[in-house]
Design a protein around this ligand. Sequence first.
Ligand code: RAT
Ligand code: ZN
Length: 417
Amino acid sequence: MNPAKAESVKSGVAAQVEKIVGATPVSDIHTHLYDPAFGDLLLWGIDDLLVYHYLVAEAFRYLDMPFETFWKLNKPQQADLIWDTLFLQNSPISEACRGVLTTLNALGLDAKKRDLPALRKWFADWKVEDYITRCLELAGVKAVCMTNSPFDDSERAVWEKGFHRDGRFTAALRIDPLLAAWGDTAPMLNGWGYAVGVSLTEKTIAQVRGFLADWTEKIQARYLMVSLGPDFDFPADTFAARLLEKAVLPHCREFGLPMALMLGVKRQVNPELRLAGDGVGASKMTALEHLCGRFPENKFLVTVLARENQHELCVLARKFRNLHVFGCWWFTNVPSVMEEMTRMRLELIGLSVTPQHSDARVLDQLIYKWQHSRRLITRVLADKYADLIQTGWEPREGEIERDVKSLFGGAFERFCV
Ligand code: RAT
Ligand code: ZN
Protein backbone atom coordinates (compact mmCIF):
# COMPACT_ATOMS: atom_id res chain seq x y z
CA MET A 1 0.00 0.00 0.00
CA ASN A 2 1.40 3.41 -0.84
CA PRO A 3 1.79 5.79 2.12
CA ALA A 4 -1.05 8.10 1.09
CA LYS A 5 -3.45 5.17 0.68
CA ALA A 6 -2.34 3.75 4.05
CA GLU A 7 -3.04 7.06 5.78
CA SER A 8 -6.52 7.25 4.29
CA VAL A 9 -7.34 3.65 5.30
CA LYS A 10 -6.08 4.41 8.81
CA SER A 11 -8.28 7.44 9.22
CA GLY A 12 -11.29 5.54 7.86
CA VAL A 13 -10.67 2.73 10.33
CA ALA A 14 -10.14 5.19 13.19
CA ALA A 15 -13.55 6.72 12.45
CA GLN A 16 -15.14 3.25 12.38
CA VAL A 17 -13.51 2.35 15.70
CA GLU A 18 -14.83 5.51 17.30
CA LYS A 19 -18.34 4.83 16.04
CA ILE A 20 -18.32 1.17 17.03
CA VAL A 21 -16.81 1.69 20.49
CA GLY A 22 -19.37 4.44 21.11
CA ALA A 23 -22.29 2.28 20.00
CA THR A 24 -21.40 -1.12 21.50
CA PRO A 25 -23.16 -1.71 24.82
CA VAL A 26 -20.89 -2.89 27.58
CA SER A 27 -21.43 -5.43 30.29
CA ASP A 28 -19.85 -3.91 33.41
CA ILE A 29 -18.39 -6.88 35.24
CA HIS A 30 -17.53 -5.26 38.58
CA THR A 31 -19.36 -2.45 40.33
CA HIS A 32 -20.56 -1.61 43.82
CA LEU A 33 -24.03 -0.70 42.59
CA TYR A 34 -27.22 -2.41 43.75
CA ASP A 35 -30.45 -3.62 42.25
CA PRO A 36 -33.03 -0.90 43.09
CA ALA A 37 -34.73 -3.38 45.43
CA PHE A 38 -31.89 -2.60 47.86
CA GLY A 39 -33.32 0.90 48.35
CA ASP A 40 -30.83 3.33 49.89
CA LEU A 41 -27.91 1.00 49.25
CA LEU A 42 -28.05 2.11 45.63
CA LEU A 43 -26.27 5.47 45.74
CA TRP A 44 -26.94 8.19 43.19
CA GLY A 45 -27.08 11.96 42.79
CA ILE A 46 -24.78 14.90 43.29
CA ASP A 47 -24.09 14.48 47.02
CA ASP A 48 -23.08 10.86 46.62
CA LEU A 49 -20.95 11.77 43.63
CA LEU A 50 -19.12 14.34 45.76
CA VAL A 51 -18.58 12.20 48.84
CA TYR A 52 -17.14 9.32 46.75
CA HIS A 53 -14.21 8.03 48.75
CA TYR A 54 -11.79 8.78 45.92
CA LEU A 55 -12.71 12.47 46.39
CA VAL A 56 -12.62 12.30 50.18
CA ALA A 57 -8.98 11.18 50.02
CA GLU A 58 -8.19 14.02 47.61
CA ALA A 59 -9.97 16.66 49.68
CA PHE A 60 -7.84 15.78 52.71
CA ARG A 61 -4.77 16.73 50.68
CA TYR A 62 -5.94 20.32 51.24
CA LEU A 63 -8.06 20.24 54.41
CA ASP A 64 -6.51 20.67 57.80
CA MET A 65 -9.58 19.83 59.87
CA PRO A 66 -9.40 16.73 62.07
CA PHE A 67 -10.75 13.63 60.33
CA GLU A 68 -13.33 13.18 63.08
CA THR A 69 -14.78 16.62 62.45
CA PHE A 70 -15.35 15.71 58.81
CA TRP A 71 -17.02 12.41 59.68
CA LYS A 72 -19.39 14.18 62.08
CA LEU A 73 -20.81 16.27 59.22
CA ASN A 74 -23.89 14.99 57.43
CA LYS A 75 -23.69 13.99 53.76
CA PRO A 76 -24.70 17.37 52.21
CA GLN A 77 -22.26 19.16 54.52
CA GLN A 78 -19.45 16.81 53.51
CA ALA A 79 -20.42 17.30 49.86
CA ASP A 80 -20.38 21.11 50.32
CA LEU A 81 -16.91 20.94 51.76
CA ILE A 82 -15.57 18.69 49.00
CA TRP A 83 -17.16 20.87 46.31
CA ASP A 84 -15.58 23.94 47.84
CA THR A 85 -12.17 22.32 48.31
CA LEU A 86 -11.80 20.38 45.06
CA PHE A 87 -13.88 22.41 42.61
CA LEU A 88 -13.84 26.01 43.85
CA GLN A 89 -10.62 26.53 45.81
CA ASN A 90 -8.65 24.40 43.34
CA SER A 91 -9.31 23.36 39.76
CA PRO A 92 -10.87 19.89 39.48
CA ILE A 93 -7.98 18.34 37.57
CA SER A 94 -7.83 14.84 39.08
CA GLU A 95 -9.52 11.94 37.30
CA ALA A 96 -12.18 11.56 40.01
CA CYS A 97 -13.00 15.30 39.91
CA ARG A 98 -13.05 15.33 36.13
CA GLY A 99 -15.46 12.41 36.37
CA VAL A 100 -18.02 14.46 38.26
CA LEU A 101 -17.87 17.12 35.55
CA THR A 102 -18.12 14.60 32.70
CA THR A 103 -21.18 13.13 34.39
CA LEU A 104 -22.91 16.46 34.95
CA ASN A 105 -22.14 17.53 31.40
CA ALA A 106 -23.57 14.32 29.93
CA LEU A 107 -26.70 14.82 32.01
CA GLY A 108 -27.09 18.26 30.41
CA LEU A 109 -26.13 20.24 33.52
CA ASP A 110 -24.02 23.36 33.43
CA ALA A 111 -21.44 22.83 36.15
CA LYS A 112 -19.43 25.88 35.19
CA LYS A 113 -22.04 28.03 36.90
CA ARG A 114 -20.60 26.52 40.08
CA ASP A 115 -24.10 26.44 41.57
CA LEU A 116 -24.31 23.39 43.81
CA PRO A 117 -27.81 24.16 45.18
CA ALA A 118 -29.15 24.30 41.59
CA LEU A 119 -27.52 20.95 40.82
CA ARG A 120 -29.11 19.45 43.91
CA LYS A 121 -32.50 20.74 42.85
CA TRP A 122 -32.18 19.08 39.44
CA PHE A 123 -31.39 15.69 40.97
CA ALA A 124 -34.24 15.96 43.48
CA ASP A 125 -36.80 15.77 40.66
CA TRP A 126 -35.77 12.28 39.53
CA LYS A 127 -37.38 8.97 40.45
CA VAL A 128 -34.72 6.33 40.94
CA GLU A 129 -36.23 3.81 38.46
CA ASP A 130 -36.18 6.37 35.66
CA TYR A 131 -32.77 7.59 36.66
CA ILE A 132 -31.27 4.09 36.47
CA THR A 133 -32.49 3.75 32.89
CA ARG A 134 -31.16 7.21 32.01
CA CYS A 135 -27.72 6.53 33.46
CA LEU A 136 -27.41 3.11 31.81
CA GLU A 137 -28.43 4.65 28.51
CA LEU A 138 -25.95 7.50 28.76
CA ALA A 139 -23.20 5.14 29.86
CA GLY A 140 -23.96 2.59 27.12
CA VAL A 141 -24.13 -0.14 29.77
CA LYS A 142 -26.44 -3.11 29.28
CA ALA A 143 -25.76 -4.95 32.55
CA VAL A 144 -23.95 -4.29 35.78
CA CYS A 145 -22.54 -6.89 38.08
CA MET A 146 -22.98 -6.03 41.75
CA THR A 147 -20.60 -6.90 44.60
CA ASN A 148 -22.68 -8.88 47.07
CA SER A 149 -21.50 -9.62 50.56
CA PRO A 150 -23.45 -11.88 52.91
CA PHE A 151 -21.30 -10.36 55.65
CA ASP A 152 -22.88 -6.96 55.17
CA ASP A 153 -25.86 -6.76 57.55
CA SER A 154 -27.99 -4.35 55.55
CA GLU A 155 -27.44 -6.23 52.31
CA ARG A 156 -27.99 -9.66 53.85
CA ALA A 157 -31.37 -8.64 55.21
CA VAL A 158 -32.63 -7.81 51.71
CA TRP A 159 -31.47 -11.12 50.25
CA GLU A 160 -33.00 -13.01 53.14
CA LYS A 161 -36.34 -11.33 52.70
CA GLY A 162 -36.29 -11.96 48.95
CA PHE A 163 -37.24 -9.59 46.14
CA HIS A 164 -38.00 -9.44 42.45
CA ARG A 165 -34.69 -9.13 40.58
CA ASP A 166 -34.03 -6.38 38.06
CA GLY A 167 -32.48 -8.31 35.16
CA ARG A 168 -29.94 -5.57 34.49
CA PHE A 169 -28.21 -6.25 37.83
CA THR A 170 -26.32 -9.52 38.13
CA ALA A 171 -24.63 -10.74 41.31
CA ALA A 172 -21.15 -11.74 42.44
CA LEU A 173 -20.46 -13.33 45.80
CA ARG A 174 -17.84 -11.36 47.72
CA ILE A 175 -16.07 -13.30 50.43
CA ASP A 176 -13.27 -11.10 51.80
CA PRO A 177 -14.05 -11.66 55.50
CA LEU A 178 -14.00 -15.42 54.99
CA LEU A 179 -10.44 -15.45 53.71
CA ALA A 180 -8.97 -12.34 55.33
CA ALA A 181 -10.44 -12.59 58.84
CA TRP A 182 -11.36 -16.20 59.50
CA GLY A 183 -11.01 -15.76 63.28
CA ASP A 184 -13.84 -13.20 63.30
CA THR A 185 -15.86 -14.84 60.56
CA ALA A 186 -16.11 -18.33 62.03
CA PRO A 187 -18.36 -17.14 64.91
CA MET A 188 -20.56 -15.30 62.41
CA LEU A 189 -21.03 -18.49 60.38
CA ASN A 190 -21.88 -20.29 63.61
CA GLY A 191 -24.50 -17.67 64.35
CA TRP A 192 -26.07 -18.34 60.95
CA GLY A 193 -26.29 -22.07 61.62
CA TYR A 194 -23.08 -23.36 60.00
CA ALA A 195 -21.29 -25.41 62.64
CA VAL A 196 -17.69 -24.40 62.02
CA GLY A 197 -14.75 -24.44 64.39
CA VAL A 198 -11.73 -22.20 64.07
CA SER A 199 -9.45 -25.03 62.96
CA LEU A 200 -10.05 -26.21 59.42
CA THR A 201 -11.26 -29.75 60.03
CA GLU A 202 -13.11 -31.70 57.35
CA LYS A 203 -16.39 -30.90 59.05
CA THR A 204 -15.64 -27.18 59.15
CA ILE A 205 -14.66 -27.19 55.48
CA ALA A 206 -17.89 -28.97 54.59
CA GLN A 207 -19.86 -26.34 56.50
CA VAL A 208 -18.03 -23.50 54.76
CA ARG A 209 -18.88 -25.13 51.44
CA GLY A 210 -22.49 -25.35 52.55
CA PHE A 211 -22.45 -21.63 53.30
CA LEU A 212 -20.94 -20.84 49.90
CA ALA A 213 -23.44 -23.09 48.13
CA ASP A 214 -26.42 -21.52 49.89
CA TRP A 215 -25.32 -17.99 49.03
CA THR A 216 -24.29 -18.83 45.49
CA GLU A 217 -27.80 -20.14 44.92
CA LYS A 218 -29.58 -17.42 46.84
CA ILE A 219 -28.02 -14.60 44.87
CA GLN A 220 -27.48 -16.52 41.61
CA ALA A 221 -23.81 -15.54 41.67
CA ARG A 222 -22.01 -15.25 38.34
CA TYR A 223 -18.65 -15.62 40.07
CA LEU A 224 -17.06 -15.48 43.53
CA MET A 225 -14.63 -12.74 44.42
CA VAL A 226 -12.09 -11.65 46.97
CA SER A 227 -9.55 -8.88 47.31
CA LEU A 228 -6.23 -9.87 48.82
CA GLY A 229 -3.30 -7.95 50.26
CA PRO A 230 0.27 -7.80 48.95
CA ASP A 231 1.28 -10.40 51.53
CA PHE A 232 -1.05 -13.07 50.12
CA ASP A 233 0.90 -16.16 49.16
CA PHE A 234 0.05 -19.58 47.82
CA PRO A 235 0.70 -22.27 48.87
CA ALA A 236 1.03 -21.06 52.44
CA ASP A 237 0.11 -22.13 55.90
CA THR A 238 -2.43 -19.35 56.32
CA PHE A 239 -6.20 -19.45 56.72
CA ALA A 240 -6.59 -17.54 53.46
CA ALA A 241 -4.54 -20.01 51.40
CA ARG A 242 -6.00 -23.09 53.08
CA LEU A 243 -9.62 -21.97 52.87
CA LEU A 244 -9.12 -21.01 49.25
CA GLU A 245 -7.68 -24.42 48.41
CA LYS A 246 -9.96 -26.59 50.53
CA ALA A 247 -13.31 -24.81 50.38
CA VAL A 248 -13.54 -21.98 47.87
CA LEU A 249 -11.88 -23.50 44.80
CA PRO A 250 -13.66 -26.87 45.16
CA HIS A 251 -16.91 -24.92 45.49
CA CYS A 252 -16.15 -22.96 42.30
CA ARG A 253 -15.40 -26.22 40.49
CA GLU A 254 -18.61 -27.80 41.71
CA PHE A 255 -20.71 -24.84 40.57
CA GLY A 256 -18.70 -24.15 37.42
CA LEU A 257 -17.99 -20.57 38.52
CA PRO A 258 -14.88 -18.45 38.13
CA MET A 259 -13.04 -17.07 41.13
CA ALA A 260 -12.17 -13.38 40.88
CA LEU A 261 -8.95 -12.39 42.63
CA MET A 262 -8.33 -8.68 43.12
CA LEU A 263 -4.73 -8.52 44.22
CA GLY A 264 -2.65 -5.86 45.89
CA VAL A 265 -4.89 -3.82 48.16
CA LYS A 266 -3.38 -2.76 51.50
CA ARG A 267 -6.42 -2.30 53.67
CA GLN A 268 -6.59 0.62 56.09
CA VAL A 269 -3.20 2.19 55.62
CA ASN A 270 -4.82 5.22 57.22
CA PRO A 271 -7.92 4.11 59.17
CA GLU A 272 -8.88 7.72 59.92
CA LEU A 273 -9.88 8.04 56.27
CA ARG A 274 -12.27 5.08 56.65
CA LEU A 275 -13.33 3.79 53.21
CA ALA A 276 -10.79 6.15 51.64
CA GLY A 277 -7.99 4.76 53.79
CA ASP A 278 -6.84 1.77 51.70
CA GLY A 279 -3.56 1.71 49.80
CA VAL A 280 -1.63 -0.43 47.36
CA GLY A 281 1.33 -2.80 47.45
CA ALA A 282 2.95 -5.08 44.91
CA SER A 283 1.61 -8.64 45.03
CA LYS A 284 3.47 -11.91 44.91
CA MET A 285 2.56 -13.01 41.42
CA THR A 286 4.08 -16.42 41.99
CA ALA A 287 1.05 -17.09 44.22
CA LEU A 288 -1.17 -16.60 41.17
CA GLU A 289 1.17 -18.69 39.03
CA HIS A 290 0.85 -21.54 41.52
CA LEU A 291 -2.93 -21.23 41.71
CA CYS A 292 -3.38 -21.24 37.94
CA GLY A 293 -0.96 -24.13 37.52
CA ARG A 294 -2.19 -26.29 40.38
CA PHE A 295 -5.89 -25.84 39.65
CA PRO A 296 -6.38 -26.07 35.88
CA GLU A 297 -10.06 -26.91 36.44
CA ASN A 298 -10.59 -23.55 38.14
CA LYS A 299 -11.03 -20.30 36.27
CA PHE A 300 -9.45 -17.15 37.68
CA LEU A 301 -10.62 -13.64 36.85
CA VAL A 302 -7.79 -11.39 37.92
CA THR A 303 -7.05 -7.72 38.28
CA VAL A 304 -4.03 -6.33 40.11
CA LEU A 305 -3.76 -2.96 41.77
CA ALA A 306 -0.03 -2.29 41.62
CA ARG A 307 1.30 -0.82 38.42
CA GLU A 308 4.47 -2.85 38.81
CA ASN A 309 2.50 -6.14 38.69
CA GLN A 310 0.76 -5.47 35.39
CA HIS A 311 3.39 -6.85 33.05
CA GLU A 312 3.82 -10.05 35.03
CA LEU A 313 0.04 -10.53 35.02
CA CYS A 314 -0.06 -10.33 31.22
CA VAL A 315 2.78 -12.80 30.91
CA LEU A 316 0.98 -15.21 33.27
CA ALA A 317 -2.14 -14.90 31.11
CA ARG A 318 -0.04 -16.05 28.15
CA LYS A 319 0.86 -19.19 30.12
CA PHE A 320 -2.47 -20.06 31.69
CA ARG A 321 -5.70 -20.08 29.73
CA ASN A 322 -7.64 -20.46 32.98
CA LEU A 323 -6.65 -16.85 33.76
CA HIS A 324 -8.69 -13.94 32.46
CA VAL A 325 -7.32 -10.45 33.01
CA PHE A 326 -9.84 -7.70 33.69
CA GLY A 327 -10.16 -4.03 34.49
CA CYS A 328 -7.95 -1.10 35.41
CA TRP A 329 -8.77 -1.19 39.06
CA TRP A 330 -9.09 1.79 41.41
CA PHE A 331 -5.73 3.64 41.50
CA THR A 332 -4.92 2.31 38.04
CA ASN A 333 -8.15 3.77 36.64
CA VAL A 334 -6.46 7.02 35.63
CA PRO A 335 -5.80 7.81 31.97
CA SER A 336 -2.00 7.62 32.05
CA VAL A 337 -1.85 4.19 33.71
CA MET A 338 -4.87 2.86 31.88
CA GLU A 339 -3.36 3.81 28.55
CA GLU A 340 -0.19 1.95 29.38
CA MET A 341 -2.03 -1.09 30.72
CA THR A 342 -4.48 -1.31 27.83
CA ARG A 343 -1.72 -1.10 25.24
CA MET A 344 0.37 -3.67 27.08
CA ARG A 345 -2.55 -6.06 27.36
CA LEU A 346 -3.53 -5.83 23.71
CA GLU A 347 0.11 -6.26 22.70
CA LEU A 348 0.64 -9.31 24.91
CA ILE A 349 -2.72 -11.09 25.01
CA GLY A 350 -4.66 -9.57 22.12
CA LEU A 351 -8.40 -9.41 22.54
CA SER A 352 -8.67 -12.16 25.18
CA VAL A 353 -9.10 -9.60 27.94
CA THR A 354 -11.77 -7.42 29.54
CA PRO A 355 -9.96 -4.09 29.54
CA GLN A 356 -12.23 -2.28 31.91
CA HIS A 357 -14.86 -2.49 34.62
CA SER A 358 -16.25 0.65 36.24
CA ASP A 359 -16.06 -0.09 39.98
CA ALA A 360 -18.86 2.50 40.19
CA ARG A 361 -20.17 3.02 43.72
CA VAL A 362 -22.58 5.71 42.65
CA LEU A 363 -24.94 5.00 39.77
CA ASP A 364 -24.16 8.22 37.90
CA GLN A 365 -20.45 7.34 37.87
CA LEU A 366 -21.20 4.76 35.19
CA ILE A 367 -21.49 7.68 32.81
CA TYR A 368 -18.02 9.09 33.31
CA LYS A 369 -16.22 5.86 33.94
CA TRP A 370 -17.44 4.50 30.61
CA GLN A 371 -17.08 7.75 28.66
CA HIS A 372 -13.50 8.07 29.77
CA SER A 373 -12.73 4.40 29.19
CA ARG A 374 -14.38 4.35 25.77
CA ARG A 375 -12.31 7.33 24.68
CA LEU A 376 -9.11 5.68 25.74
CA ILE A 377 -9.98 2.26 24.32
CA THR A 378 -10.89 3.93 21.01
CA ARG A 379 -7.51 5.62 20.85
CA VAL A 380 -5.53 2.49 21.69
CA LEU A 381 -7.52 0.23 19.36
CA ALA A 382 -7.32 2.67 16.46
CA ASP A 383 -3.56 2.77 16.96
CA LYS A 384 -3.29 -1.00 16.97
CA TYR A 385 -5.34 -1.32 13.78
CA ALA A 386 -3.16 1.42 12.25
CA ASP A 387 -0.11 -0.74 12.95
CA LEU A 388 -1.84 -3.61 11.12
CA ILE A 389 -2.72 -1.39 8.18
CA GLN A 390 0.96 -0.54 7.93
CA THR A 391 1.59 -4.24 7.21
CA GLY A 392 -0.95 -4.27 4.38
CA TRP A 393 -3.74 -5.87 6.49
CA GLU A 394 -7.12 -4.13 6.43
CA PRO A 395 -9.55 -4.77 9.29
CA ARG A 396 -13.15 -5.03 8.10
CA GLU A 397 -16.01 -3.25 9.82
CA GLY A 398 -17.63 -6.52 10.96
CA GLU A 399 -14.31 -7.63 12.40
CA ILE A 400 -13.93 -4.41 14.38
CA GLU A 401 -17.46 -4.87 15.72
CA ARG A 402 -16.62 -8.42 16.73
CA ASP A 403 -13.42 -7.30 18.48
CA VAL A 404 -15.13 -4.52 20.42
CA LYS A 405 -17.91 -6.86 21.52
CA SER A 406 -15.24 -9.17 22.90
CA LEU A 407 -13.62 -6.38 24.86
CA PHE A 408 -16.96 -5.15 26.20
CA GLY A 409 -18.14 -8.41 27.71
CA GLY A 410 -17.92 -11.09 25.02
CA ALA A 411 -14.49 -12.38 26.04
CA PHE A 412 -15.61 -12.45 29.67
CA GLU A 413 -18.76 -14.45 28.82
CA ARG A 414 -16.77 -16.94 26.77
CA PHE A 415 -14.26 -17.35 29.58
CA CYS A 416 -16.99 -17.99 32.14
CA VAL A 417 -18.79 -20.82 30.28
O1 RAT B 1 -12.58 1.09 43.96
C1 RAT B 1 -13.17 1.08 45.05
O2 RAT B 1 -14.25 1.65 45.22
C2 RAT B 1 -12.54 0.42 46.22
O3 RAT B 1 -13.03 0.95 47.37
C3 RAT B 1 -12.80 -1.03 46.40
O4 RAT B 1 -14.13 -1.24 46.65
C4 RAT B 1 -12.42 -2.00 45.40
O5 RAT B 1 -12.91 -1.71 44.15
C5 RAT B 1 -12.89 -3.36 45.84
O6 RAT B 1 -13.77 -3.94 45.19
O7 RAT B 1 -12.35 -3.83 46.83
ZN1 ZN C 1 -14.53 -2.74 43.66
